[in-house]
Design a protein around this ligand. Structure first.
Ligand SMILES: [Fe+2]
Ligand SMILES: [Fe+2]
Length: 197
């Protein structure tokens, strides 16, 4: 596996400057959250820094990479080009940065749709990506405090927002997003949404 400095240098070649700056903000915030919850810092930072490594490729390039890495997209995934960079990104991180840690790869793979398979590192990347300092929406800003109280509740709020956004804009919902939300509720044995405040 490449070290953080090597990864960082390579990433600058793969991403536009603004995207790279986003990755750095996500990484910095993810690092703070990981420190706070006593989680592996290095793994969290690598996941966060690389999560969008494939985002600056054109759809055509992404399609080629999907073929190159033999990624099997199902019908729903084929209809949502916006999420392709996450699947391709995970394969590139494995291939180019020689990362074989499944927690890191899953964090990247599912940072766009979320997944019931996400562990704490994956959840932190998902959250940090959405609430990094440049995201200015008022309801997102309000979520910042929740992260330090309860990771799952912060994640639940973000999934609720994401699903509302997809519904309001008549966009396809990936089942993984719903499953991720259900998992959080079921883990808490709360089957009625109304019980969570
Ligand atoms: Fe992304
Ligand atoms: Fe991102």
């Amino acid at each position: 596996m490449m070290n953080l400095e090597q990864i960082d240098n390579k990433l600058k070649e793969m991403m536009t400057k603004t995207r790279y700056q986003h990755a750095c903000r996500v990484s910095l915030l993810a690092q703070k959250i990981a420190e706070y919850y006593n989680l592996p810092i290095q793994k969290t930072m690598i996941s966060a820094l690389t999560h969008d490594c494939a985002k600056d490729y054109s759809l055509e390039e992404l399609k080629n990479l999907v073929d190159k890495y033999n990624i099997k997209l199902n019908k729903v995934e084929k209809s949502i080009p916006k999420i392709w960079h996450a699947y391709v990104g995970a394969e590139m991180v494995k291939d180019i940065f020689m990362v074989d840690d499944w927690e890191i790869l899953d964090a990247i793979r599912y940072h766009s749709t979320a997944s019931s398979k996400l562990g704490l590192i994956g959840k932190i990347v998902y959250i940090a990506d959405k609430i990094e300092p440049n995201r200015k929406l008022a309801k997102i800003r309000k979520l910042h405090e929740k992260v330090w109280e309860d990771i799952d509740l912060a994640m639940l709020e973000l999934l609720n927002m994401e699903l509302q956004y997809l519904i309001c804009n008549k966009l396809i919902i990936h089942p993984d997003t719903l499953k991720a939300r259900n998992k959080i509720l079921m883990d808490r044995r709360v089957f009625e949404i109304g019980k969570i405040r």
